[in-house]
Design a protein around this ligand. Structure first.
Ligand code: ATP
Ligand code: MG
Length: 224
């Protein structure tokens, strides 16, 4: 299977007010197209830090991240946004929707960043909302959507522009069990039907049931 992303010995040390925190230490793992990788571990064990390095949001202190066979670590920080745009869709626990934009516009913003032409954006954005069952909410602002609906808009937005790699940090944490299920099913579908490489950070036992591979972090290290 194609390896979409690979980390080799990645370490992240935060330096904050004279204190050093080794948040992630020497983690090597690979993420393949068509598979769901679940990252588990206690609070503070480095899951979000690891996912952020995988998604080229954070630069590792040492070690390398390869995306699509190219080394990303060590590249100029200016190049990282382009790599993120080209390869990644992100789903966060806190949704991060723009409050002043409708559901459709929240998706169009991402398409515009990815260089889409205005004429093609509306239909694609509404199509993505339709795929998550929210076509009827296309013109709604985030404040008028329920938590689960916001999460589904965020999910649709992560799919905008058809990214090869989807990274989700606690995507079900704020959802009721039914909505949580449907978000997990969507993520699984992205891997199994559309061949995406999917990495999820979650404590949710249902995520464990659908993952193809599960790794545990403990104090920043992979438990063997
Ligand atoms: N910007 C930062 N500066 C300093 N320390 C940080 C920073 N971000 C995270 N940390 C520390 O790094 C460690 C790992 O944090 P991280 O957010 O990766 O954990 P996590 O496994 O995602 O936890 P949770 O399950 O609570 O979300 C924690 O001890 C945290 O306090
Ligand atoms: Mg976290």
């Amino acid at each position: 299977m194609d390896i979409a992303l690979e980390t080799k010995d990645v370490t992240k040390i935060y330096r904050q007010g004279g204190i050093e925190v080794v948040a992630v230490e020497g983690v090597s793992l690979s993420l393949e197209a068509g598979m769901v990788l679940l990252i588990m571990g206690p609070s503070g064990s480095g899951k979000t830090t690891l996912l952020s390095m995988m998604g080229c949001i954070l630069q590792p202190t040492s070690g390398t991240v390869r995306v699509d066979k190219g080394v990303v670590s060590g590249l100029s920080i200016d190049l990282l946004p382009d790599i993120r745009k080209k390869y990644f869709g992100f789903v966060f626990q806190s949704f991060n929707l723009f409050p002043s934009l409708t559901a459709t516009e929240n998706i169009e913003v991402i398409l515009r960043l990815k260089g889409w032409k205005k004429a093609d954006m509306r239909e694609t954005a509404v199509g993505l909302l339709d795929a998550v069952g929210l076509k009827q909410r296309a013109g709604f602002y985030p404040r008028d959507l329920s938590g689960g609906e916001k999460q589904r808009v965020a999910f649709a937005r992560a799919m905008a522009g058809d990214p090869a790699i989807i990274l989700a940090d606690e995507p079900t944490a704020n959802l009721d069990s039914k909505t949580g299920n449907s978000v997990l099913e969507l993520l699984k579908d992205m891997a199994e039907t559309f061949g995406k490489a999917v990495a999820i950070v979650s404590h949710d036992p249902r995520a464990e049931a659908l993952a193809h591979r599960v790794v545990f972090l403990e104090d920043g290290r992979l438990r063997q």
